[in-house]
Design a protein around this ligand. Structure first.
Ligand code: ZN
Length: 134
């Protein structure tokens, strides 16, 4: 027996011949009572094609619900984070937590957050406007 006999048997799987061979194999499997193999393979192919699409749609849905965009409360630079995750501002390094309505500073319990306000010295301005009494 020639050991190279399997090399001499070549199938041309190009173009229409490929599809004819596949359909012939499907028909043959169905004819011998192995239709379930064809059906299970078809289900696997459909799942393999649908899984990336479903994953992409699911990821978009999850991102729409959980992605938080807002300014840093300290330096006001634009930030993006995932809701509930702790992160640090890329600009100023302040530790932050992403919440549903924006970002909040991570502070110890009992810390009071205050906002500095510029206070104009009214007496200095009025002295410049009003002429001296002399
Ligand atoms: Zn910042």
């Amino acid at each position: 027996m020639n050991p190279n006999r399997s090399n001499q048997l070549q199938l041309n799987f190009s173009g229409l011949g490929c599809w004819v061979a596949i359909l012939g194999a499907i028909w043959l499997l169905g004819a011998v009572g192995l239709g379930w193999v064809v059906k299970s393979l078809a289900v696997l192919v459909v799942l393999a094609l649908a899984a990336p699409v479903l994953g992409f749609v699911g990821l978009r849905f999850w991102l729409r619900r959980n992605l938080v965009q807002g300014p840093c409360p300290v330096c006001n630079s634009a930030l993006t984070g995932i809701k509930g995750a702790e992160t640090a501002c890329l600009s100023c390094g302040t530790p932050l937590r992403a919440e549903a309505d924006g970002f909040a500073r991570l502070t110890e319990a009992g810390t009071i957050d205050v906002t500095a306000v510029d206070v104009v010295d009214i007496t200095a301005e009025t002295q410049q406007i009003l002429p001296d009494g002399d």
